[in-house]
Structures are given as C-alpha cells and as structure tokens.
Write a protein that binds this ligand. Structure first.
Ligand code: CAO
Length: 264
C-alpha cells in the first residue's frame, strides 16, 4: 500500500551493507588510506595554538558588508598595477580598514597576559593574514600597517604570498602579530567562525562576496556584492558593544574606500 515499513528499511540496509561496491569503494586520496601521518611544520604549530585557544571564551559578532565600491576601486587600477608587477586584491583594503578602525579603538590592538591579568596595548598595527600554503595554514603579518598605504600593503602581501608558496616565510614575518584577519572567501564559504590566536584578543574572518538582491534607499531591489564578516573577541576583556563599534567602523571604511586612499 506504499508505506515504508521497518522491514523494508532493514532489508535495504542489509542490501547496501552486503554490496561489495560500497565496502570496497575507492575514495580520492586512496594512497593515504591506512597510513599514519605525522603532524609537522605549520600543522604542528596550529595544533598548539588552537589547543590554547580552546580556553578563550569567544564572543562572535557577525554582519554583512557591501563590497561594491571597494571592488570598483580595485578594478580601476588592477591592470595598471599588474603591469608594475603588483597584484592588488581586496585584502589590502580590508587590512587598511582594520588599521583605520584600530586607530579609533586602540584597546583592541593588544596582547593579553593571562597570568598577570593585564592587557598590553600596542602602538604598531602588525596585522596577520591567515594564508593557505602547501605546508598548511600559516599567519605571517604585515608590520606597521598604520604607516602603510593600500598599495604598500599589497606589495607586502604579494611578498608574503610568494614566500608562502615556497614555504619559506622567515620567522621575522611570523612573530609580533597584534591583530589577525582571515579571508576564507578566496576559496568559498559564506559564513565562518574564526578562532582567536592568543595572546591576541580579536580575529576577523570574511566569507565569499556574492551578488545578491538588496533594497536601495528608494525601496527598489538592486543587485549588490555582499560579503559576510565575523569577528571573534576574547569576551573576558572585550564586550559586545566595543566589538560592534569596531565592526561598524571597519565596515564604514570598506564601504567608503576613498577614506582608505587618503593619508598613509
Ligand atoms: N570574496 C570573493 N572574492 C574574493 C574574496 C572574497 N572574500 N577575497 C578575495 N577574492 C578574490 C580576489 O580579489 C582575487 O580575485 P582575482 O582573481 O579577480 O584577482 C581572487 O579571489 C584570489 O585572491 P588571492 O588568493 O590571490 O589573494 P587575496 O589577497 O584575496 O588573499 C590570502 C590572500 C592569503 C588571504 C589567500 O590567498 C588565502 O590564503 N586565503 C585562505 C585563508 C585561510 O586559509 N583562512 C582560513 C584560516 S582558518 O583555517
């Protein structure tokens, strides 16, 4: 009579578990099957840092950001910069926006000392960029972003990406990070919850920008490039209002990138 009975499900389960195809199915990465892989390099370091992060009470704050203007801005100069050997992506704008927002919220550019229960506020905006390399995840930083133009940040990022490709980022580029950004949107994914890298107290992450319908000021539906942003803050020392204030500032700079092009 069309009903699926318990016996039907059991019969189906017996059938699929007895099918040789299912049991001996070959998955991609077959050569790795049965092998024990030793954790090394960047992955070994990730184990240590992420285990330490587990003890941090994460407060996650998410929003969306319209990246229409910043994309237009980048597209206007992308090709001419390429001729000069500079690859300009969106990331240098995001990094500069973080530095501008930190100028207004200096208490977020800080290291937490858990033993002393003190917060060391830092002058230099050494902004770490999570980077996917053949050796795994690594987070080199761009030093003194507060003194750098968007173009100078792009050059630095290009240098670090080149070193990352060769897995030869020197220690000096890996130490002293005060604030971190992670752009998983280069690969995919709409939302992500980032994990703080102690002793830092904040990390930001971006999803993939996508063209979606939004209302304009006149109530008309218009296409907009929207990117999700998520900030994770150490809730022992950062409250939600401070996080929201910082996020609004960052968003303001990215949505109005002309402000990023004026000054350093
Ligand atoms: N949405 C849509 N497109 C994006 C994007 C986003 N959020 N971010 C970058 N893009 C675009 C870039 O503009 C570029 O476009 P073109 O091909 O038109 O030039 C393209 O994606 C590739 O960018 P890229 O990777 O060359 O450079 P980038 O500066 O944007 O990113 C870096 C640099 C280091 C962030 C990136 O290479 C990377 O490694 N991302 C992965 C980070 C990661 O692993 N995070 C997870 C950490 S937790 O495990």
């Amino acid at each position: 009579d069309g009903r699926v009975l318990k016996e039907d499900i059991l019969a189906h389960l017996r059938k699929i578990s007895a099918t040789p195809d299912v049991r001996t199915k070959v998955f991609p990465g077959k050569d790795m099957a049965g092998k024990t892989v030793e954790l090394k390099g960047y992955t070994k370091h990730m184990w240590k840092t992420m285990t330490r992060s587990l003890s941090i009470p994460h407060f996650v704050y998410s929003d969306e950001c319209n990246v229409d203007q910043v994309i237009q801005c980048r597209n206007k100069v992308k090709n001419s910069l390429k001729d000069e050997g500079v690859s300009l992506s969106l990331m240098p704008f995001f990094v500069k926006a973080a530095s501008r927002a930190l100028e207004r919220c200096p208490e977020l550019n800080a290291w937490l000392n858990e033993e002393d229960k003190t917060l060391r506020i830092l002058d230099s905006h050494n902004i770490g960029v999570a980077m996917d390399t053949s050796e795994g995840l690594v987070v080199p930083n761009i030093k003194n972003v507060q003194n750098l133009s968007v173009l100078a940040i792009a050059r630095e990022l290009n240098r670090l990406q080149e070193l990352g490709r060769k897995s030869s980022i020197p220690l000096d580029d890996l130490v002293g990070t005060t604030f971190t950004l992670s752009n998983i949107g280069t690969i995919g994914g709409t939302y992500t919850k980032p994990v703080i890298l102690p002793p830092q107290i904040i990390i930001g992450a971006f999803g993939r920008a996508q063209k979606v319908p939004r209302f304009d000021d006149d109530g008309k539906v218009v296409p907009a490039q929207i990117m999700s942003i998520s900030w994770a803050a150490d809730h022992r020392v950062v409250d939600g209002v401070t996080m929201a204030k910082f996020s609004n500032l960052w968003k303001h700079y990215v949505e109005n990138p002309v402000h990023l092009l004026i000054g350093a």
